[in-house]
Design a protein around this ligand. Structure first.
Ligand code: AHR
Length: 333
């Protein structure tokens, strides 16, 4: 398939911070960092953070942002890496409850199965902040706020770019590399993309499988896709790492990524943006990993019992090859 000539796409940014209604604070008795108690020095806020793992370049940048921002904000951070396993995250949260931290923050590896442990935190009067990924729970009183990107919008941007680029084509065969099964970004990015391509019946998703958000997973699944599907026009990968793994598989099969097979990804971390500027990826919808500063601000507020918005949306952009080449030198992650 030959796509029509490059059309610059104005990167859209979901710039609004959603501040719909406010919800209550944690009711925690620890003094907020910087405030003074009656006789001694102020007690620093302690945060327990249960990270998903180290599965991607995005996650590495996110962890760095959280650790650096905690140090800057004077927040004592207890950090755990769940190695992409829900049971490890649940154990970490339970241990933070036992340690009586002032606030718990976590990025849930999958959407469901959190109510019991979140109820334990609530009963211990420890406020919880969801960061990056949300949970699928009817009881929104189990957490104070959710800070992170709009994953549906990211998938939509990816699909809209493809619809525009493939105008006039008779058939466009897409293979999809999904993120971790059951994870919010995998569910939402699939949905957003599917929604956008509905308008273009020539675009067909001919295969869709999880690569678990890892480079090795993306490579392995792409190798299998290439063996069973001779006519792949486009790869839609739910993150840069899987797209980079797909590039390796495509090159090993003697094809040119970005030309013979177009590649669309999500994240816009350094390696992804470099591949985009080099012409091996065609479009990236950004997912900003720098959540640390906002997370620390929200943590101070919930510990102080101040109101916070129930949802804080991280602004994201989108990049084609020319835009990536222009911003790459200044890119910090
Ligand atoms: O939850 C954010 C996603 O998780 C990122 O897009 C992906 O790279 C990461 O593993």
């Amino acid at each position: 398939m030959q796509f029509k000539k490059f059309v610059p796409l104005v990167a859209s940014a979901a710039l609004a911070m959603a501040a719909l209604t406010s919800c209550g604070g944690g009711g925690n008795t620890a003094a907020p960092a910087g405030s003074s108690s009656s006789s001694s020095a102020p007690k620093p806020i302690t945060m327990g953070f249960a990270q998903v793992g180290a599965e991607s370049g995005w996650r590495t940048a996110n962890t760095k942002s959280i650790q650096e921002s905690a140090a800057t904000a004077g927040i004592e951070l207890k950090f755990s890496d769940a190695q992409q396993k829900q049971e490890n995250q649940i154990k970490a949260i339970r241990s933070y409850v036992q340690q009586k931290v002032d606030v718990i923050a976590f990025s849930p590896v999958v959407e469901t199965g959190w109510d019991t442990v979140l109820l334990e935190a609530k009963r211990a009067n420890i406020p919880v902040i969801l960061t990056d990924r949300s949970v699928d729970s009817k009881d929104t009183s189990l957490y104070k706020t959710f800070l992170g990107s709009d994953f549906i919008l990211e998938g939509k941007k990816a699909g809209e770019w493809l619809v525009k680029e493939s105008e006039g084509e008779s058939t466009v065969n897409v293979v999809e590399l999904q993120g971790t099964t059951g994870a919010a970004p995998a569910i939402d990015r699939k949905e957003g993309f599917a929604d956008a391509i509905k308008a273009a019946p020539q675009i067909k998703v001919i295969a869709s499988q999880t690569g678990d958000f890892t480079r090795s997973g993306g490579k392995q699944v792409m190798e299998a896709f290439l063996k069973s599907n001779p006519d792949i026009d486009v790869v839609y990968a739910h993150n840069d790492d899987m797209g980079l793994g797909a590039i390796e598989a495509i090159e090993a099969a003697g094809k040119k990524p970005g030309t013979d097979i177009k590649i669309i990804t999500v994240d816009a971390v350094k390696d992804g943006m470099t591949a985009l500027a080099d012409g091996k990826i065609n479009f990236i919808a950004e997912c900003n990993p720098i959540l640390g500063p906002q997370l620390m601000d929200l943590a101070k507020k919930v510990v102080a019992g101040d109101p916070v918005p129930p949802r804080v949306v991280t602004p994201d952009e989108a990049f084609d090859q020319q835009q990536a080449a222009a911003v790459l030198p200044q890119r910090k992650y």
